[in-house]
Design a protein around this ligand. Structure first.
Ligand code: TA6
Length: 291
């Protein structure tokens, strides 16, 4: 693919399976074709806002630990192959285009069904999955995950943009605005509970799927702002000490410097008729731009 730089700092390029977008100010974004995994987003100040494990596997042999893995056609454990978080984050996507939309760099990546994905117990359907990633005029990262049913049979799916946010100290982070929301507590046998607190804190293992969560959320009082559409749930996750030890692709103290806030569509699953299209969008806005 051509490299395009319309100024020393703005443009796009692709090499070794990684697409790089450079936008307003010092903003940039890196996307691995493997899983269409966004692994870096720097805001206009140049500050990295996503967490990528220093021991993440980046050779395509495993899902990338960090950034924004795409869980599709299944969020979480379940009957479909592979049992956890679906196959989209494990497969190579194709770079369809990279361009400057006015002064904003934009990349389009695509995954379509294969013999492997259609194998019986996997996902015996035809689909086209598209990720559109762009840096806007102020360096915010805009993602659209577009699902098109290209087959003759309706199918259902669940999905999550499994976003890892870099923080100084996870135990000092809170997410507000969830009081009264029901959630499935995966750290307690997926029991359904109702959030009693205005602020959810990460002072131990947190693994919760909030149902019908607000579409405008902050990670921390002064952290990244998430604006989501078409993703009714919000998953909050931090594995804390014990569960992190079990992760081969994260240092034992990795839990301290990230929290996951994952816009998701789980309850209910999304039903897509033949020919239908479904868009899930997520805008990540730097704390420098929000009061
Ligand atoms: O999003 C939370 C979660 O479902 C946790 O239960 C934990 O399994 C996490 O995802 C990471 O899953 P992974 O398959 O990437 O190790």
């Amino acid at each position: 693919m051509q490299t395009h730089v319309d100024s020393p700092t703005r443009g796009y390029s692709e090499s070794d399976g990684v697409v790089t977008l450079r936008g307003a100010g010092e903003s940039s974004c890196e996307i691995y074709l493997h899983g269409a995994t966004v692994t870096s987003w720097r805001d206009a100040s140049g500050r990295e806002r996503l967490y990528l494990s220093p021991t993440a596997v980046l050779d395509g042999s495993a899902p990338i630990r960090g950034g924004i893995p795409i869980c599709w056609p299944q969020f979480g454990p379940g009957p479909r192959w592979p049992k956890q978080h679906g196959f989209a984050r494990r497969l190579p996507w194709a770079l369809v285009s990279a361009e400057m939309k006015r002064t904003e760099p934009r990349a389009v990546l695509r995954l379509v069904d294969t013999e492997e994905t259609r194998a019986s117990e996997h996902f015996p359907y035809r689909f086209e999955l598209t990720l559109i990633a762009a840096l806007d005029a102020v360096g915010s990262l805009s993602l659209v995950l577009r699902v098109r049913n290209t087959g003759a049979t309706a199918f259902t799916f669940t999905t999550a943009l499994h976003s890892y946010f870099a923080v100084e100290d996870a135990s000092a982070v809170q997410v507000d605005g969830l009081r009264g929301k029901s959630y499935k507590d995966n750290a307690d046998g997926l029991e359904e509970k109702v959030e009693q607190e205005e602020s959810v804190r990460f002072e131990g293992e947190v693994d919760r799927c909030y149902i019908g969560a607000p579409d405008d959320i902050r990670v921390g009082v002064s952290g990244v702002r998430l604006k989501k559409r078409g993703l009714s749930e919000l998953v909050l996750w931090n594995p804390f000490v014990e569960k992190t030890r079990a992760l081969s692709d994260m240092p034992d103290d990795g839990w301290r410097t990230f929290v996951c806030a994952e816009p998701a569509a789980v309850y209910p699953p999304v039903e897509l008729a033949s020919g239908q299209v479904y868009d899930a969008t997520l805008d990540l806005i730097s704390p420098l731009l929000t009061k």
